[in-house]
Each structure stands twice: as C-alpha cells, then as structure tokens.
Design a protein around this ligand. Structure first.
Ligand code: ADP
Ligand code: MG
Length: 212
C-alpha cells in the first residue's frame, strides 16, 4: 500500500455552524459508499490531546491562560493527534474527517487573539508535520446565528471561547473567510444558514467529485 494515500478532510466554522452534525452525516455517507473513514476532532482526538482540550477550553482557576500558552497547548495537542492518529490512518488509505484543525488556530489565536500569523503558520506546519488537509469545508455563519443555536446546549455555562464577546467571534469569522479566500483550491465555503439536508447534499457533491 502506498504511503499517505488517504484523504484528509477538515471542517471549520464557529460553534453552532453544524460541524458535528455534518461530520457525522459525511462519515455515514462514506461508509455507505464502502470507503473506510475515521472521525476525529481538535483540540483532542487522542487520550493525551483530549486532556489538553479540557485544560485549554475549561481552565478556570483564576490564573490567566495567556494567549501564547493557549496557542502552544493547541499545537501540542495537534502534534500528538497528527502523529498518533491522523497520519497512521492516512497511511492506511482511510479518509480522515476532522472537526476543526489548523485553520481554527489561525481564526481564534490569530484573527481574534491577534498572535502573529507567521508564528501560527510556522507552528501549524510544525505540529501537523507539514500535512495539510486535502479539503476543508468552511461552514460560514454569523456569531449571532451561531449563539442562537448553541444557547441551550451548555447547562453549566459556556467554555472560555464561547464566553468571548461578539466582536471576538466576528474576527474569528473574518479570519476563516480570509484563509478560505487565500486558498480557494483547498476550501469549500458553505452558507451554514441552509438546512442540514441542503448542506449535506452540497458536501456530498464535493466529496463525490474528489473521491468517487
Ligand atoms: N443547518 C442547520 N440549520 C439549523 N440548525 C442546525 C443546522 N445544523 C446544525 N443545527 C443545530 O445547531 C446546533 C449546533 O449544531 P452542531 O452540529 O453541534 O454544530 P457545531 O458542531 O458546529 O457547533 C444543534 O442544535 C444542531 O441541531
Ligand atoms: Mg461541534
């Protein structure tokens, strides 16, 4: 079997955009077409990386999580996830579907937290061993619409990112759109206000063209 012959798909967009719904639908579709796939997420995806996820999303001891620390925790989780799970699956010719990846780091830690994009791009490349997604689906949604969808989701309150103000999330959205514009061959941008079924259908069309 040749090296790294799998296909790497990432889903990006704000909370509430429908990433979790659509990754599940896509995994079901690929399986029905006889293509082996794994479903994973960032930050997280392995035991160690999920521990880092808990820290980075929910830390609330009163000690500030500095932006630089947040970035390095995201990248540490990614380095582990890529080597432990993503690359091995791609090497077995599987389709890897990942809920968030490096473009989220550009959007949140770059676009919104304002850490230097050159540092982020360097660390993204380092953490992911230079393996870029073959396809990135950006589910584009306004922060207002995203919050309306998730307002009932977290009875114990929002995590550190969801607690940020609307303006933070507007910057996240813009950074996602800027990244997509810079790499149109990798990105497929979908209006996340469409129905779940309409979005699934658009994704299936893109996947059919790429894989079947
Ligand atoms: N296209 C859609 N239209 C309306 N509601 C949606 C759509 N996609 C998802 N939802 C709903 O929005 C909420 C967030 O969806 P989810 O898939 O968890 O998004 P994400 O993983 O991006 O946060 C859920 O209640 C889900 O049922
Ligand atoms: Mg989700």
């Amino acid at each position: 079997m040749s090296e790294n012959n799998g296909f790497f798909i990432t889903f990006e967009g704000p909370e509430g955009a429908g990433k979790s719904s659509q990754v599940a639908a896509l995994a079901e579709y690929l399986t029905s077409r006889g293509r082996e796939c794994i479903l994973t997420r960032e930050p997280g995806g392995t035991g160690l990386a999920e521990l880092i996820r808990q820290v980075v999303k929910s830390h609330n001891s009163g000690e500030t999580v500095h932006d630089e620390t947040e970035l390095l925790l995201m990248e540490a989780a990614r380095a582990q996830h890529v080597r432990e799970k993503i690359l091995p699956a791609l090497n077995q010719n599987k389709v890897v579907i990942c809920d968030r990846f490096s473009d989220s780091t550009r959007a949140y830690q770059g676009g919104a937290r304002k850490l230097p994009m050159a540092v982020i791009d360097y660390l993204n490349d380092f953490a992911s061993a230079g393996r870029k997604p073959d396809l990135t689906i950006l589910l584009d949604l306004s922060p207002e619409a995203g919050f309306a969808r998730i307002s009932s989701r977290e009875p114990e309150g929002f995590d550190r990112f969801e607690n940020e103000k609307l303006d933070f999330h507007r910057q996240v959205r813009q950074a996602f759109l800027d990244t997509a514009e810079a790499e149109p061959e990798r990105f497929c941008v979908i209006d996340a206000t469409l129905s779940k079924e309409e979005i699934s259908e658009k994704i299936r069309q893109v996947i059919d063209a790429a894989l079947f």
